[in-house]
Ligand binder design. Structure first.
Ligand code: GLP
Length: 251
């Protein structure tokens, strides 16, 4: 079963079965890998994406795809964590995806949270995305406070890659992932404008904890207080939900 709802330019789909959601989201990626010679993919982290990356790495060959000519840019990284730190998004990406697919590691990019010169780091990250002609397909999760990447409520929609002070709600939510360690209070994130420059966007939200924020998106009000609401007017955004996150769309 699938329920669809269009809201201005964006398209919401609620899936009854988790596997159908994963398969459907993966098809966007597989289609891009097959149709573009040098695809540029934007990637997200978080719990939501673990089953997705598992699905991708287990199935891409079956669908006749290869990542050999693909380039990836991740949305964000914690400030102060090196790529070998188990809590870093570098580590997450290697563990869940990059080590399991045929991508060239030198074509995978994440902001360097351990940089001693963050001002230069954020500008070079943004520049690198532009030099690669922007992102063809950006995957996004959503924070319970509506953040995309680490663009917290109140972020300027014109923002490009920048350093952000994480909100107390994000620190509370994400602290559970940090074992024996306080989580960093700052991160580097692509800006809202960086994200909105992507040619196509797929946002995935699963579980009851995302139900309230999805309802705010569905209300259609575009506001800095819900950074994800800017997606509603993006030219090609699909929001994929499981039946818990999309419960109020089912009726
Ligand atoms: C994290 C990341 C986001 C992610 C979101 C949801 O803080 N910065 O990129 O999409 O929050 O995470 P989860 O899937 O664990 O709910």
């Amino acid at each position: 079963m699938q329920i669809r709802k269009n809201l201005r330019n964006s398209n919401f789909i609620v899936f009854d079965k988790r596997n159908d959601l994963l398969e459907s989201a993966a098809k966007y990626l597989f289609k891009l890998l097959k149709s573009k010679r040098n695809p540029v993919i934007g990637l997200a982290t978080g719990n939501t994406f673990e089953p997705f990356y598992h699905y991708i790495s287990s199935n891409y060959k079956k669908f006749g795809c290869s990542f050999k000519n693909a380039t990836t840019f991740n949305l964000d990284e914690y400030v102060g964590l090196s790529e070998t730190d188990m809590n870093s998004y570098h580590y997450y990406m290697n563990a869940h995806l990059f080590s399991k697919i045929d991508i060239n590691p030198s074509n995978t990019f994440l902001p360097d949270g351990s940089s001693k010169d963050l001002k230069t780091e954020v500008l070079s990250y943004e520049k690198l995305i532009c030099e690669n002609n922007g992102i063809d397909l950006q995957f996004l999760g959503i924070g319970t406070n509506g953040h995309i990447g680490f663009n917290e409520p109140g972020t300027n929609p014109a923002s490009i890659t920048h350093v952000v002070d994480l909100s107390e709600s994000t620190i509370t939510t994400n602290s559970k992932y940090f074992k024996n360690k306080n989580m960093p209070r700052r991160a580097i994130t692509m800006g809202i404008s960086t994200i909105l420059s992507s040619k196509q966007i797929v946002l995935i939200a699963t579980g009851n904890s995302k139900r309230n924020i999805i309802n705010k998106l569905i209300s259609g009000k575009i506001t800095q207080e819900v950074p994800a609401s800017f997606l509603i007017d993006h030219k090609n955004t699909t929001i994929m939900l499981d039946k818990s996150a999309g419960k109020d769309l089912i009726g």
